[in-house]
Structures are given as C-alpha cells and as structure tokens.
Design a protein around this ligand. Structure first.
Ligand SMILES: Cc1ncc(COP(=O)(O)O)c(C=O)c1O
Length: 403
C-alpha cells in the first residue's frame, strides 16, 4: 500500500499531547465515539451484529426512514443526477433549491429564506455577513452552539458574552453597547447540550428597548416546538419579533443543510456576502427533495410531534424517578449528568453491551468535569423500548454509584 510520509516537522509534541488520552481510551477499549451503525436512525438500529435502542438521534420525528422522503430523493436523483457540481451563484442552483427556499419562508412565516450547505455553515454565513465590521456588537449566550462561536471568531464584529440565560447580564451589556451602530443578539432556541430554552420573551423585550436585532438558532426545535411546530419563537409567541431564524435540516427534516429565514434584504445580503454560500458547492438535489418532503410531512403527520413529546415525558419522568440529574432540560434534548469523563465512557460501553446506545458528551462539547450522556429522544421509540432503556440505565447507574 502506498503511504504518505507521516507529518512531523514540529507537530510531534502537539500530536503526542493531544492524542495521548485518545490512544489510552482505545487501548483500554473505552473509546466511545463514532460507533459505526449498520442501519438507519430509528428506534432501534444495527450495531456490531445486533440491534440497539437509539437514545441519541436527532431524527426527532422519525422522518429519515419515511417512504415518501426516500421516494422523493430517488425521483430527484433520476431528474438531476447525483450532485450540482458547483456553487449556488454559478451552476449550483436548481428549481428544487428555489422551491426549498420558498417552502422554508412559507413554513417559518418570513418574507424570504436562504439555504446553505450545512447547519454549521449557515451560522457562519449569517454571523460573518451580519457582523462584517467593528461597528457591530454580537451579544451571545455563553452556551451557544460551536457554529455560532466559530461564526463570531470569523467575523469582524466585537463580541460580548453573557452568562447562560442571565437576563440581567444581557441587559447590562446592552446598556454598555450604545456606541455600536448594530447590535445583534444571538441565542440557541433550545441549548444543544443542556436541552433548556432561551428566555425569548424577555430577550425580545430587551432587544426592543435597546434597539437590537435577534437571531435564534432553531436547530433543536424546528417541527415540534410551539403550537404548530414553528420552533421556540412560536412557543414564546414572538415569531414576528425575532428578526433572523436559523434552522438545520439535519435533525427533524432528516437531511443535511441549513437555512436563514428573514426579510428579503437580509437574505439577499447573506447570499451575496457569505463565503460559505458563495464559495462552496450547493446541496445535492436529492437531499433538497427529501427536505421539502419532510417539511410537508411535518405539517401533515402531526401525530409524530405528539409522539415525540409523549416519549420525551415518559423518558424524562423515568430518569427523575431513578434519581438521575437531568439539569434544566425542557426538550427532547436530555442531558444526564455523570461528572467525570472516564466513568461516562465506561457507562456508555456497558449500556452498548446491554443493547442501548446513548452518546457521551465530554469536554470541549461541555465544560470540564460536566461529562454527561446526551440523550435525544425521537418519535420512533416505542414505550417498550423506552422502558427497557430505563431499566438498563437503572442497572448501570447503580453499578457505577451514580444513582
Ligand atoms: C444548535 C445547533 N446549531 C447548529 C448546528 C449545526 O447543524 P448541522 O449539524 O446541520 O451542521 C447544530 C448541530 O448539532 C446545533 O445543535
């Protein structure tokens, strides 16, 4: 086999330090990342030759295996081929890309929308465009998703971070931000590692008082938060007061990609500014077709949303009865606090051996010594699967002295 020359030239120390715990974890058979699944994201899937209950999947409404989604994707493959082989502004736009933007704007009840290759890139695109100079201050929650953090790093705006969900701190920063021409408050609707919600009702009040714009990341709320599933903005009844809604298609919409829904000027501005939009190939049409179908099914098959909440409450109640600490989760994202990394990884291994998959979240995804399981509940789970998973969590939690 032809091999590349190993990278050395000064990297030896960095690699050795960084990779030491990873190598040690692998040596002890404690490495829990990237389990290669053998089947789709569903209530159960194949792993290592057997079926495991999926307690971590962002396929919230179970649409990734929906026959109509799969058929729509196949049909688009026949018409458009496998990929666009280009960026949006040149050859990478199809009728489906335009249709999806119209659908997103209609669904999120905004004037316009723009879709970008991934959710991660969407946050970079929006923030780097809207904070392209030092006259902008980006006011960001301490626990915002890494794509927001990275977008801020890549922008030319000034940054002010407020303690998680602390509205006094947010107001204090706003009172000190008079010198900026543009103030952009950015929050996750649902916090992706903690499962709690941004206090959007209060944030809207403050934004109005201090003349700031609000951007909300609805990645973990699209399709199931609010009376009709429009997200946390709908949940707080402030849809028309949030200026920029961001969402990803990789979770409820069972595809890949992201969107910004806002007024026409904002969307056009992002399209013609954002490097992530201008200099990257567009989403494959088959993926777009699947997402369009998923949005239709989210509206049509409302039982999925009800089932998701039923499952969420069942699992949450079970965890609390067992004595687990689930922090302030109010959503299907349920953190289960364990503490140190090694115990969390050992427990993950034990659960996998017992037929339950639950993801481990350790630093830097969460703060140091706040290692946890990160459950994300879907509508695909049956009551029986949830109860079996809770039994296994009871056994495992007792064995490790966590409960
Ligand atoms: C809150 C939040 N925003 C953005 C993203 C990025 O989305 P994607 O994975 O679709 O790129 C994620 C993904 O985990 C997320 O949780």
């Amino acid at each position: 086999m032809l091999k590349t020359a190993p990278v050395t030239n000064g990297y030896e120390e960095d690699f050795a330090t960084f990779l030491a715990p990873i190598k040690e974890g692998k040596r002890q058979d404690m490495y829990v990342f990237e389990p290669p699944f053998e089947g789709p994201q569903a209530g159960k899937t194949g792993y290592n030759g057997k079926q495991v209950i999926m307690l971590t999947s962002n396929n919230y409404l179970g649409l990734s295996t929906h026959p109509e989604v799969i058929q729509a994707m196949k049909d688009a493959l026949d018409v458009y081929g496998s990929g666009t082989c280009g960026a949006r502004l040149h050859n990478g736009t199809t009728l489906l890309h335009k249709k999806l933007e119209e659908r997103v704007a209609e669904y999120l009840r905004t004037e316009d929308a723009v879709v970008v290759g991934t959710g991660y890139m969407t946050n970079l695109a929006a923030i780097t465009s809207l904070a392209s100079d030092e006259k902008t201050v980006i006011i960001t929650d301490q626990l915002n998703h890494m794509s927001i953090v990275d977008g801020i790093k890549m922008s030319n705006g000034q940054v002010r971070i407020f303690e998680h969900n602390n509205m006094e701190k947010l107001e204090y920063i706003l009172t000190k931000s008079d010198s900026f021409k543009k103030k952009l408050i950015v929050v996750d609707g649902v916090y992706s590692m903690d499962g709690d919600l941004a206090k959007l009702d209060k944030i809207v009040e403050l934004a109005e008082k201090y003349d700031a714009s609000i951007m909300v990341d609805e990645a973990h709320s699209l399709g199931f938060f609010g009376a009709t599933g429009r997200g946390v903005s709908e949940h707080f009844n402030v849809e028309n007061k949030v200026h920029i809604k961001m969402a990803t298609f990789s979770k409820t919409a069972a595809g890949v990609g992201g969107c910004i829904a806002s007024d026409k000027n904002t969307c056009d501005y992002i399209k013609h500014n954002a490097h992530q939009y201008i200099f990257s190939a567009s989403m494959p049409p088959s993926n777009i077709a699947g997402v369009i179908k998923a949005l239709e099914l989210i509206e049509k098959e409302t039982w999925r949303k009800e089932k998701l909440w039923h499952n969420t409450f069942r699992f949450r109640r079970g965890l609390l009865e067992l004595g687990y600490d689930i922090q302030n989760s109010l959503s299907p994202v349920i953190p289960i606090h364990i503490g140190d990394d090694l115990t969390t990884m050992k427990m993950t291994k034990m659960l996998l051996a017992e037929g339950v998959y639950i993801a481990t979240a350790i630093f830097p995804a969460v703060p140091m010594n706040k290692a946890r399981f990160r459950a994300t509940i879907t509508s695909s789970l049956s009551d029986e699967e949830i109860d079996i998973a809770l039994d296994k969590l009871e056994k495992c939690g007792k064995e490790f002295g966590i409960i």
